[in-house]
Design a protein around this ligand. Structure first.
Ligand code: ZN
Ligand code: ZN
Length: 360
């Protein structure tokens, strides 16, 4: 059993005893992967203080044997996974935690029925996620690789931004090129927004054609070896007005201020505040309609969140995005986003696409 996984399981067991639960049912696929290495899409992990079980079905027998990194009992369920879990827990009068944020009411009902009256189910949330928020060096290396892949793809597709191309064509090119570079796939639906559509922070690519003198927002991320990157750049096609340049400079400075504020021990709300303060100075704060960033790892949005007034502090091992933006209805939007790793005494920006204002 690899040392990495031994450490994860032992930290989780400590967290469970602190919460006074005897066992935990892990159903969220990224959490299952994090704890045991199995990446199949049908898998449930059960662990108590001594033992671990991985439940899957016959389609994943070979994969589970190949991927399983821990000393767990592999159960190939003949029926539903819930019935197999039920066989193990039904005879035990104990508290079993479940991942309340990742189960539907209907799914939980199936587990309750299969387990009978003895186990007491306890809704937990964020238990495995709290461990995942602290990355080790190998995880940061994977995010760095995913960040480089996204950065190179972005640099490559800038050449395609000629008047006449459609948003969905650029999105398709980005996703195709990321896969050609070895990505498992996009980390989220790629955002490509031209002109006034760039004012929508989560614009879905449409058939809109690029025209001269428009802003272009590209927000893309790759999954590489299981880990996500998330990168946004905004460029201008044509010659930008003084106003657009001023906005761009403000967003860039807001991002630089937030990156400078990012460090182990800083409060998440203060990192967010650093970006907001710069935008307020440029009278753009009301156009910054989302939070400054989010954690990044096996999922593209994870802990810690960097939003207004948040009191939790950052820790060495966190990887977060820093992505301030301004969005002005009818005109367009500007966002600059990079991925930043937090170490005990420094930070590292993992994405490396240029941030200078580009007029194409
Ligand atoms: Zn993004
Ligand atoms: Zn993001």
């Amino acid at each position: 059993m690899s040392g990495l996984f031994v450490k994860r399981l032992s930290l989780l067991r400590k967290a469970l005893s602190a919460k006074n639960v005897a066992a935990l049912l892990v159903t969220h696929p990224p959490n299952v992967f994090y704890l045991c290495g199995f990446s199949g899409d049908s898998g449930t992990l059960l662990m108590d203080q001594q033992r671990t079980w991985l439940f899957t079905d016959g389609r994943f027998t070979v994969q589970a044997r190949q991927e399983l990194q821990i000393d767990a009992r592999l159960v190939i369920s003949p029926g539903t996974l819930a019935n197999s879990v039920g066989e193990i827990v039904s005879s035990r009068r104990m508290k079993v935690g479940f991942e309340a944020g990742h189960m539907t009411v209907a799914q939980m009902k199936v587990f309750r029925q299969a387990a009978g009256a003895k186990p007491r189910w306890v809704a937990l949330s964020g238990t495995v996620e709290a461990l995942r928020a602290i990355k080790d060096v190998n995880e940061i290396e994977r995010i760095r690789d995913a960040g480089k892949l996204a950065s190179r793809t972005l640099a490559e597709v800038l050449a395609l931004l000629k008047p006449g191309i459609r948003e969905f064509e650029v999105a398709a090119e980005i996703e195709y090129r990321m896969r050609r570079r070895g990505a498992d796939g996009p980390a989220f639906k790629t955002i490509v927004a031209f002109g006034a559509r760039a004012a929508l922070p989560h614009a879905r690519p449409t058939g809109k054609r690029l025209r001269k003198n428009e802003l272009v927002v590209l927000d893309l991320g790759a999954i590489l070896a299981g880990y996500c990157s998330d990168l946004t750049r905004t460029v201008y096609v044509g010659k930008a007005s003084a106003r657009i340049r001023k906005w761009y400079d403000a967003v860039r400075q807001a991002q630089a201020a937030a990156i400078a504020a990012t460090r182990a021990g800083a409060l998440a709300g203060d990192v967010d505040g650093a970006a907001r303060h710069v935008l307020a100075g440029a009278r753009l704060e009301k156009y910054f309609v989302h939070s400054t960033g989010h954690g990044l790892g096996l999922e593209v949005h994870e802990d810690p969140r960097l939003a207004r007034n948040q009191k939790h502090s950052l820790h060495a091992g966190n990887v977060v995005t820093i992505e301030p933006g301004v969005y002005v209805e009818g005109i367009g939007g500007i966002r600059i986003e990079d991925d930043v790793a937090v170490y005990a005494d420094r930070t590292e920006v993992l994405t490396d696409a240029p941030r200078d204002f580009l007029e194409l």
